[in-house]
Design a binder for this molecule. Sequence first.
Ligand code: CDP
Ligand code: MG
Length: 152
Amino acid sequence: MSERTFVMIKPDAFSRRLIGRIMTRYESKGLKLVGMKLQVMSRQLAEQHYAEHRDQPYYGDLVNFITSGPSVAMVWEGPNAVEIARAINGATNSVEAKPGTIRGDWGLTLPRNVVHASDSLDTAKREIDLFFDEANLLSYAMPDEGWLCVKM
Ligand code: CDP
Ligand code: MG
């Protein structure tokens, strides 16, 4: 079943000029980019996005960090996209993130862990709605899609 998930490249990755290399990870896995936006998040948007972390001791640092520079909000689509994007990102804490994952390769300390991805289908729906109008998301087939499904 095809899913859509919300992914964000955080300001630490932007300032380290890692955007292209990070996008390649999702793209070369086979996920399809259906929406993308470059912006400096407002505090209001950051507080809505991270509302569930409101009572955590790191919340203030997290909101300051995420609004400190440009971030890239994206929607990626494909089979099991939610779980796949989380696996590509690696563990939240870069100490635990395996080499070969984005956070394992480029993360060092929290909250600067390079990327975000939705943790469930419900969260993905909520986060996609928060960042994008449905009208700005694309629906399309790649030229090579479907050839394996041709009925013999
Ligand atoms: O991003 P992810 O879903 O993997 O982790 P989270 O537990 O939902 O936390 C959201 C974000 O808060 C993390 O990606 C970190 O940037 C930050 N965080 C932190 O600064 N310190 C922690 N102890 C946990 C999370
Ligand atoms: Mg999370």
